[in-house]
Design a protein around this ligand. Sequence first.
Ligand code: G3P
Length: 278
Amino acid sequence: MKFFLDSADINEIKDALSFGILDGVTTNPSLIKEAVEREKSRGKKIDLDSYINNILKLCNGKPVSLEVVSSDYENMLREGKMLYKKFNKIAKNVYVKIPINPCLELECSNDMEGIRAIKKLSDEKIPVNCTLIFTPEQALLAAKAGAKFVSPFVGRVDDYLRETAHIKFNKSDYFPEEGWKDGKKILNDRGIVSGVELIREISEIFRKQKIQSEILAASIRNTRQIREVAIAGADIATIPFNVFSKIASHIKTAEGMQKFTKDIVPEYAKLFGTEIKK
Ligand code: G3P
């Protein structure tokens, strides 16, 4: 499974790249807003054009998703082409992010503007990351239209299930992949009992249907979800920096380090020319 960073913060991106294992970056308008506000709060003026340029250069060939801002076919297509033309020449790594259904009404009818835009951009060989996926059917549709990445929102599925059952929760709380028992019933949305299950179903469908689009698990809230989406068949997990920085930690790892360090004899340390402070 590939590891992407879900961030538009250039310092976070630099840090994550320095780990040497980062495969790509995803952004969205909310993450860009956070980055812009952070720069402003430091008294800096942000020039998004060169800011994005720098991100793309830093990522040098690793995919970076940039999202359009309109919600109708013509404008999403125009913006997608513009993003690709303007920025892809920098490091050949732009993926245009298009929502599966850009309708802004909550109770929306079947809006196919996103699908039309994905199809047209894909036909023109512009790689698309289709975002805001909440059902396997939406994922199928996005893949059919040619999206290279389909992005199911794992954490937000779990949020939605708890919200509709009026259960209080914190964003990073663990949500069981096998679902949440509310009395005798398991909470579900059209048969989907958790964000991880959504990944599992999409993965099964894509395997059976021999679909090539990659499944990019988004809206990851805790480290356990990374393991679960990997088992469920995600090709990529896009991970926020605060979760990324916890993946390597375990109390017993730290305890083990303390013990091993304590046990280093001078003869062994001398082999390396290393001085161990006790
Ligand atoms: O990749 C999508 C992501 O940025 C949304 O995350 O935590 O706001 O649901 P979240």
